[in-house]
Ligand binder design. Structure first.
Ligand code: ATP
Length: 257
């Protein structure tokens, strides 16, 4: 679905990611893991085509990202930014409907199919009751769920999400991550997301990509990569993994006082 070829990312003189070669297949769910400042958002923005590579390339399907016309690219991938600000008094439903524009061509108005999809996405995110509300009046968690609803309404094969669990309460963190995993399993969608909750990431992901922040990286199936020794090295803190009720629970090891 999406692949990188000797991808290099830099900010200023600092090398964040060096020679990254990954192939994210259809139906796979990848978690990108690393310390603050390791380059996770920079990578995701590059995968979305919102920032150019500092070396190497990204391809969606067989076509280089740079060769995708923007409307066609918007039908291939949806992107959830880490934060957003709303300058205008759009309603929730208008915000979600705007995600349907890539399907309009020359048509200005949305059709009834667009409305039905937008409403369905709001219902899935449990924010349908807020459809007529001004987005600027929403709580942080409600706004996050509306942004994810817009992604679902965009209905792309590839979803790129920068910390989707941000601002969500516990129940919504679990349900939305489970929904993303189901989208991969049942509808063959492809997800690449950033998250700091290792237990949740391990539960829903098929693969993980660890970023060291100095160019180094490690990618593979989650059980090969999300090992205590590797995570400890990449996150700069020792980690314990406890098996409980068939799940792996990741906990930071407390230093002796
Ligand atoms: N426009 C910029 N100018 C200068 N430095 C930048 C710029 N954009 C990003 N950086 C730096 O690049 C590094 C990587 O940033 P990035 O946002 O990708 O990190 P991250 O892994 O997503 O971190 P976090 O977990 O805190 O969200 C950081 O040190 C950041 O300060």
């Amino acid at each position: 679905m999406i692949s990188t070829h000797n991808l290099c990312l830099k900010v200023g003189q600092r090398l964040l990611v060096d020679d990254l070669n990954i192939r994210v297949g259809e139906g796979e769910c990848w978690s990108v893991i690393g310390r603050n400042g390791a380059g996770k958002s920079t990578l995701l923005r590059t995968l979305a085509g919102l920032r150019s590579a500092d070396g190497g390339s990204v391809a969606i399907g067989a076509r280089a990202l740079a060769d995708w016309p923007l409307p066609a690219l918007a039908r291939q991938r949806a992107f959830l930014a880490q934060s957003r600000s709303d300058a205008f008094a759009y309603s929730v439903i208008e915000t979600v409907l705007s995600a349907r524009h890539p399907y309009h061509g020359d048509r200005y108005w949305e059709g009834s199919d667009d409305h039905a999809m937008a409403l369905r996405a709001l219902e899935e995110m449990e924010v349908a009751a807020l459809a007529e509300r001004d987005v600027r009046t929403l709580s942080g968690g409600e706004r996050q769920r509306v942004a994810i609803a817009a992604m679902l309404a965009q209905d792309t094969p590839l979803l790129l999400l920068d910390e989707p669990a941000n601002a969500l309460d516990l129940a919504h963190q679990v349900s939305i991550m489970a929904l993303l995993a189901r989208r991969c399993r049942e509808r063959n969608k492809t997800v690449v997301m950033i998250g700091h909750d290792l237990t949740l990431a391990h539960r829903v992901s098929s693969h993980a990509l660890l970023l060291m922040g100095d160019g180094g990286w490690l990618a593979g199936p989650k059980d090969e990569v999300m090992r205590a020794d590797l995570l400890g090295a990449y996150l700069g803190h020792p980690i314990d993994i406890i098996e409980h009720a068939g799940r792996s629970i990741f906990i930071p090891i407390e230093e002796q006082q």
